[in-house]
Design a protein around this ligand. Structure first.
Ligand SMILES: Nc1ncnc2c1ncn2[C@@H]1O[C@H](COP(=O)(O)OP(=O)(O)OP(=O)(O)O)[C@@H](O)[C@H]1O
Length: 956
C-alpha cells in the first residue's frame, strides 16, 4: 500500500514538479511572446514610418518630374510655335478666325492643323511644304466623306484651306490653279469660282486631264529651257498648281507618264500637284498626308497625329477670291513716275545713245529702252485709251531727267484732238516748260501740213548734220561729237502721236511725208535723229506698210494692251498683258525679245508738274520756251517791224515749225494786187487788217484807203479801223467815189515821192457788176454781162450799191471818163505799176472774174490771192495747177498763192483781228449779197442802214 502511496506521492511530486516546470516554461514563453510582440510593434512602427517616407519621396519626385516635363513641353511647344509662325507667317499659318490675306514673300510652308501633345501643353501648328518645295499626295481612310458620296470631305476641306493660304500669301496673279474634278465638276472648290473670271482658276473636266498634264509638262520644259539653272531668285512666272481630285478611275498610261514627269521635275519649275485619291510616284518631292477621321498623319509631323483645322469659312473664301479677282481684273497698281527718275539730274551723255527706263518689270526692276544706232526709231501702238500718251509722258520724263537740253531736243506733235503736249509749254496757269522741247504741236488734227513742216525741218537738220559729219569725216553722231566737242549736237527725238493722220490720204502731203519719213528713218540713225511714231492702229496705213524699208527701221516696238500689228504677226503678247502695261520689244517684235513693263501714271499732273518745274529751274540761261502750235487757237497778229525789202503784206501765219508770218510782196510791179476770195467776211477783214499792218510797217509813208461798198458789211471794217487809224474809210456809195477818184488820178510816171497807196476793199464785187455800170457803157461793164438766174446775178440785182459810173462824182483834175467808167478794173490793171495796189475781198471767184472783165477775163491783175471757203476746183482759173489745187476749205485756214514767190499754193492761218486774243471763231459766211431790207453776215438791217454813211473821214 505504501508503495502505492509512495508511488502516488512520488507521482504527485512529479506532477507538481512537472507542473512547476510547465508553469515556468509557460512563464518563459509568455515572456518571449511579450518580447516578440514588442519587437513586432517596434518593427511595424519603423516600417510604417519608412513607408510613409518613401511614399512622400515618391510623390515629390513624381511631382517634380511632371512639373519639369510640363515646363519643358510648354517651352518646346512655344519654341515650335514661334518657329512655325516664322516659317508660315501671316496667311500661311494664321488660324481661320484671325486669317487675312497678306503678301509675305514666303509661301513655302502652310498650316493644316495642330499637333496636340498633351492637354496641358499648347498645341503646335502642323505645317506642310508646298510652293517651291513639294507636291502633296492625300490619302484617306474609307470613312472620310468623299466625292463618290457627294459630301464635303475632310480632304476637300484640307485642300480648300491650303489653296486659300497659298493664294492669300502670294502676290495677286503669282499663283494659277488648275482643278481637275471629274466627279463634282468643280463643286468641291466652289468657293474659288470667282477666280475663274480672272484667269486664276481653270476647271478641268473629265476629258481635260490629258491636255492639262501635257500643258504643264510643256511649261516645265519651257521654264527649264529659258531660266538658267541655279539662277538666284524666283523665275518670272506664276506658280502653277494642279489639284487632282481623283474619282477612283485609273489614269491612262500616257497620263500616268506625264504625271510622273511632273512629280519629278515640277517643283523646280514652280509646277505643283495636290493629288487626292490619285497616287503619285514615290519621290522625295512628295509630301504624304493620310487622313483618318479627324486626325491626320503627314511626313513632316511623323508619328505625331495632326488635328486638322476646319475648312475655311465659305464666305471668307468667296470674299477673298472675289477681291483677288477684282484686283487682277483691275491690274496691279501703277508704278510711279519717281521710279523712273535718276538719282541725279542731267548726268548722262547722249553721245552714244539715249537710254531711259519706261516702266518696271514684273520683278520691280526698271525696264530700259534705248534709242541710238540700234534701235534707232520706235513704233508705239495701242487702241484709244490704252495709255499711249501716258507712256510717252513717262518716257519723256525719264529721258528729260537724265539728259540735259544740250544732249536732247524734243519735237512733239499730236494729231488728235486734245492738248496732250501743251503741258510742256508755258501757260497762264503754269509758267514752267520743259527745257528740252523745241516744238509742241497740239490739236494738229487736219493740219497735216504742219506734220510735213516738221519733217522738212528735221530733214534740213539731217542735211546740216550730214554736212558737218562729212567735214569731220565722222560716221555717226558719237564721232561727230568727239571731233567737234564745242558743236551743239543734241540727239533729237521727234514724237508724232496719231501719225497715221499724216499718212492717211492719197495726196501730195502723204507722198512727201512718207518720203521724208523714209529718208529720216534711214539716215537719222547715224545722225542722232530718232523718230517715235504712235498710233491707235497702224494696220491700215498703206504708206507705212507699202514701204517695208521704212517699217524695218522702226526696230523698237512698244505695244500697249490689245495693240494690233505693232509686234510681229506671231507675237500675241499684247493681247494678254493687263492695263497699264506694255510689251517692249527691241527686235522688230520677235517674240523672244518681249519684255513686259508696268507703266507709271506719268499723266498725273502733280507728279509731272513737280518734275517739269524742277527741270525748268535748272534750264540754261537764255533758254527759250518751246514753240507751241495749237491747231485750235487763232494766232494773234505780231508787231511787224520796219522791213528793208519790198513791201509785204502778211496774210496770216505760215504752217511751219517757226511761227512766221506768211507774206505776199507788194512791190511796184504789174499784177501786185491781192484778192481774198470766199464768203467768210470776218476772216477776210482780219486778213486785210494784218496785211495793212505789215504794209504800214514795211513802208512807213504808205497811204491806206478802205472801201466797203456794201453798207450792210460795214461792221466788218472794225479790224481795219483798229489797224489803220490814219486811213480814210469809204462806206456805201462813196466807196465808188474812192475808186473813181484814184483811178482818175493814177500817176503816170514813177511817183516814188508820193509813196504807195493801198486800197483795201471789202466785198468789192458790190462795185463791179452793177447793171447800171453796164448801161453806162463802161468797157468793163460791157464785158461783164450779168447772168440772170445765177447767184451772182441775183446778188447784183439785190445790191444796194448804185452803178459805179453813175456814182463816181469825185472831183479831180485827172478824171478820165473812159477809164473812170470801170475804175476798179483800171486800178487793178494799171495801179500796181504805179504803186497803187488793191487788196480786196470778193465773195466768190466768179465775182472776182466779173470785176476783172467777165466770163473770158484773165486773172493777170491778181498777182496774189488768198482763198477761204472756196473749193479747190473753183480756184482753177487762179491756180498754177490745172483743175485747181487740192484744197478742202475749213474755218480758220486759208490757201495763199503769190505768183511771184510760190510754186504751189500754201496753207496759212489768218491772224485774229486786232483786239483780245480769240479762240477760232465759228465761221460766219457772208451772204452772197444782202437781201433788200436786211443785213448780211448776220448784221441786222438797222445796223446796215446806220452804217451806210456816205462819207467817212480818216479814222472816223
Ligand atoms: N500707267 C498708267 N497708270 C495710271 N493711269 C493710266 C496709265 N496709263 C494711262 N492711264 C490713264 O488712262 C487714260 C488713257 O490714257 P492715255 O490718254 O495715255 O491713252 P491714249 O492711248 O493716249 O488714248 P487716246 O489715244 O484716246 O488719247 C488716262 O486717263 C490716263 O491717265
Amino acid at each position: 500500500m505504501s508503495s502505492r502511496v509512495s508511488m502516488l506521492v512520488a507521482a504527485r511530486q512529479d506532477v507538481a514538479a512537472a507542473r512547476g516546470l510547465a508553469r515556468a516554461a509557460q512563464a518563459g514563453a509568455e515572456e518571449i511572446k511579450t518580447e516578440t510582440r514588442r519587437r513586432y510593434e517596434v518593427i511595424r512602427g519603423a516600417h510604417d514610418t519608412c513607408l510613409a517616407a518613401l511614399t512622400e519621396a515618391r510623390e515629390t519626385a513624381r511631382d517634380e518630374i511632371f512639373e519639369r516635363f510640363h515646363g519643358e513641353a510648354v517651352a518646346r511647344a512655344g519654341t515650335l510655335g514661334r518657329l512655325a509662325a516664322a516659317c508660315a507667317p501671316g496667311p500661311a499659318g494664321a488660324p481661320w478666325p484671325a486669317w487675312r490675306p497678306a503678301v509675305t514673300g514666303r509661301a513655302g510652308l502652310l498650316r493644316i492643323g495642330v499637333i496636340a501633345v498633351d492637354e496641358d501643353v499648347p498645341t503646335v501648328p502642323a505645317l506642310i511644304p508646298l510652293l517651291d518645295r513639294a507636291h502633296l499626295e492625300i490619302t484617306r481612310d474609307p470613312e472620310d466623306g468623299d466625292g463618290r458620296h457627294h459630301r464635303a470631305s475632310t480632304a476637300d476641306g484640307l485642300i480648300a484651306g491650303l489653296l486659300l493660304r497659298a493664294l492669300g500669301g502670294t502676290p495677286a496673279g503669282d499663283l494659277r490653279i488648275w482643278a481637275y474634278d471629274p466627279d463634282r465638276l468643280g463643286g468641291s472648290l466652289a468657293g474659288f469660282a470667282p477666280l475663274a473670271a480672272a484667269g486664276v482658276l481653270t476647271s478641268v473636266g473629265p476629258g481635260g486631264l490629258t491636255t492639262m498634264l501635257d500643258e504643264l509638262v510643256e511649261h516645265v520644259r519651257r521654264i527649264n529651257e529659258t531660266v538658267p539653272a541655279g539662277r538666284p531668285g524666283r523665275r518670272p512666272e506664276p506658280w502653277r498648281l494642279a489639284v487632282l481630285l481623283g474619282d477612283g478611275a485609273d489614269l491612262t498610261p500616257q497620263q500616268r507618264a506625264q504625271l510622273d514627269r511632273l512629280v519629278r521635275t515640277g517643283v523646280a519649275a514652280g509646277v505643283h500637284l495636290i493629288a487626292r485619291d490619285v497616287p503619285l510616284a514615290e519621290h522625295p518631292d512628295v509630301e504624304h498626308v493620310h487622313l483618318t477621321g479627324r486626325a491626320a498623319y503627314c511626313d513632316t509631323a511623323g508619328v505625331l497625329p495632326v488635328r486638322l483645322d476646319p475648312p475655311p469659312p465659305a464666305e471668307q473664301t468667296a470674299a477673298v477670291c472675289r477681291k483677288l479677282a477684282g484686283a487682277l481684273s483691275a491690274g496691279p497698281p501703277p508704278a510711279l513716275l519717281a521710279d523712273l527718275l535718276p538719282a541725279r539730274i542731267w548726268r548722262e551723255s547722249a553721245a552714244a545713245a539715249l537710254t531711259a527706263p519706261i516702266g518696271v518689270g514684273p520683278d520691280g526692276e526698271p525696264i530700259e529702252v534705248t534709242l541710238g544706232d540700234d534701235p534707232p526709231h520706235a513704233l508705239i501702238g495701242g487702241p484709244s485709251g490704252s495709255g499711249k500718251t501716258n507712256l510717252i509722258y513717262a518716257w519723256l520724263g525719264a529721258l528729260a531727267a537724265r539728259y540735259s537740253p544740250a544732249e536732247l531736243a524734243l519735237y512733239l506733235l499730236d494729231f488728235k484732238e486734245g492738248v496732250s503736249f501743251a503741258r510742256f509749254a508755258p501757260s497762264p496757269r503754269d509758267p514752267s516748260w520743259l527745257p528740252h522741247v523745241r516744238l509742241a504741236g497740239v490739236n494738229v488734227n487736219d493740219d497735216r501740213e504742219f506734220g510735213l513742216a516738221l519733217l522738212r525741218h528735221l530733214s534740213a537738220e539731217l542735211r546740216t548734220r550730214a554736212r558737218a559729219a562729212k567735214r569731220y569725216e565722222a560716221g555717226k553722231l558719237a564721232e561727230l561729237r568727239a571731233e567737234d566737242p564745242d558743236g551743239a549736237w543734241p540727239r533729237i527725238v521727234a514724237v508724232i502721236d496719231e501719225f497715221q493722220l499724216l499718212l492717211g490720204a492719197r495726196d501730195a502731203v502723204t507722198a512727201e511725208a512718207a518720203a521724208l519719213l523714209e529718208d529720216l528713218a534711214r539716215r537719222g540713225r547715224s545722225q542722232g535723229i530718232h523718230l517715235v511714231l504712235a498710233s491707235q492702229d497702224v494696220s491700215g496705213i498703206e504708206a507705212l506698210w507699202g514701204r517695208p524699208g521704212l517699217v524695218a527701221q522702226f526696230t523698237l516696238r512698244i505695244a500697249l494692251p490689245k495693240a494690233r500689228r505693232i509686234l510681229a504677226e506671231t507675237n500675241l503678247a499684247a493681247d494678254v498683258i493687263p492695263r497699264h502695261h506694255a510689251v517692249i520689244n527691241a527686235d522688230s517684235g520677235a517674240p523672244s525679245a518681249n519684255r513686259i513693263a508696268r507703266l507709271p501714271d506719268a499723266g498725273d499732273r502733280q507728279a509731272w508738274r513737280a518734275l517739269q518745274e524742277r527741270l525748268w529751274r535748272l534750264r540754261p540761261p537764255g533758254a527759250t520756251p518751246p514753240r507751241l502750235f495749237d491747231g485750235d487757237a487763232v494766232p494773234s497778229c505780231p508787231d511787224f517791224s520796219v522791213h528793208s525789202g519790198p513791201p509785204r503784206a502778211a496774210v496770216g501765219e505760215t504752217i511751219d515749225v517757226d511761227a512766221l508770218p506768211a507774206y505776199v510782196t507788194m512791190p511796184r510791179a504789174p499784177g501786185r494786187n491781192l484778192a481774198i476770195v470766199g464768203t467768210r467776211g470776218e476772216e477776210a477783214a482780219a486778213i486785210l487788217a494784218s496785211a495793212a499792218r505789215s504794209l504800214a510797217a514795211s513802208v512807213p509813208g504808205a497811204r491806206f484807203s478802205v472801201a466797203c461798198p456794201d453798207p450792210a458789211l460795214a461792221p466788218l471794217i472794225a479790224p481795219l479801223r483798229a489797224a489803220l487809224p490814219s486811213a480814210t474809210f469809204h462806206i456805201g456809195s462813196v466807196a465808188a467815189d474812192l475808186f473813181a477818184t484814184v483811178s482818175a488820178n493814177l500817176p503816170t510816171a514813177s511817183p516814188d515821192h508820193t509813196g504807195p497807196h493801198y486800197l483795201l476793199g471789202l466785198a468789192l464785187d458790190a462795185l463791179t457788176t452793177s447793171p447800171a455800170a453796164t448801161t453806162a457803157g463802161a468797157p468793163g461793164a460791157a464785158d461783164t454781162p450779168g447772168v440772170p438766174g445765177t447767184v451772182d446775178a441775183v446778188a447784183v440785182r439785190r445790191s444796194p450799191i448804185p452803178p459805179l459810173s453813175a456814182m463816181t462824182t469825185a472831183p479831180g483834175p485827172a478824171r478820165v471818163s473812159s477809164r473812170a467808167a470801170d475804175p476798179l478794173r483800171t486800178i487793178l490793171d494799171q495801179g500796181p505799176g504805179r504803186h497803187v495796189h488793191v487788196l480786196g475781198w470778193w465773195r466768190s471767184v466768179a465775182r472776182l472774174r466779173d470785176s476783172l472783165g467777165g466770163i473770158a477775163a484773165r486773172f493777170d491783175a491778181i498777182g496774189a490771192w488768198v482763198a477761204l471757203d472756196v473749193q479747190g476746183p473753183d480756184l482753177a482759173p487762179l491756180s498754177p495747177a490745172p483743175g485747181g489745187p487740192a484744197w478742202f476749205p475749213r474755218p480758220g485756214r486759208a490757201l495763199c498763192f503769190d505768183r511771184s514767190e510760190d510754186r504751189h499754193p500754201r496753207m496759212v492761218i489768218p491772224y485774229a483781228p486786232p483786239g483780245p486774243a480769240a479762240e477760232r471763231p465759228p465761221s460766219t459766211p457772208a451772204a452772197p449779197g444782202p437781201a433788200p431790207g436786211s443785213g448780211s453776215a448776220g448784221i441786222p438791217a438797222a445796223t446796215t442802214s446806220a452804217a451806210a454813211g456816205d462819207v467817212t473821214g480818216a479814222g472816223s
